[in-house]
Design a binder for this molecule. Structure first.
Ligand code: HEC
Length: 127
């Protein structure tokens, strides 16, 4: 009899833990984003990225909030090709009001094709 009680207690504890950690809905990493974009979000939020400062150290995703570079809010409207070019060849098109050469120039060499695709997929969710 006692054994069953202990078992039940353990079981409910486990269930509680699972509920607390797992079922976060929108709090879960990436939420309902596609897996590629979710991976890109995680990359974007790293403070260092393959030996360079990470995107988040210079870019906010809040509208109008300039950190070092322009906010990424609404960046999707500029299109996938523009976003990709801005990452691999940042000085090709300088955003008005910002100096050239601030953004690390070698993400194109340091990041894999897959990582770049993921970052682009994430930024394309920022409508
Ligand atoms: C050291 C600061 C810095 C880091 C780190 C950085 N950026 Fe930038 N970024 C800038 C600056 C400054 C500009 C504006 C000048 C320009 O266009 O190059 C910019 C421009 C951009 C633009 C074009 C924005 C527009 O509205 O035209 C995109 C997209 C972008 N960055 C994405 C990224 C991504 C993705 C990362 C991470 C892989 C990153 N940046 C890391 C500073 C940074």
């Amino acid at each position: 009899m006692k054994k069953i009680l202990v078992l039940l207690l353990t079981l409910s504890l486990v269930l509680l833990l699972v509920a607390a950690c797992g079922g976060g809905g929108k709090e879960a990493p990436g939420g309902d984003m596609d897996p590629n974009a979710a991976a890109g979000k995680a990359l974007f939020e790293q403070t260092t990225l393959e030996g360079n400062p990470g995107c988040v150290t210079c870019h906010s995703i809040e509208p109008g909030k300039t950190v070092v570079g322009p906010s990424m809010a609404g960046i999707a409207s500029k299109g996938e090709d523009f976003i990709r070019e801005s990452i691999v060849n940042p000085d090709a098109d300088i955003t008005e009001g910002f100096p050239a050469g601030t953004m690390p120039q070698d993400y194109g060499q340091k990041l894999s094709e897959e990582q770049i695709n993921q970052l682009v997929a994430y930024l394309m969710t920022l409508k």
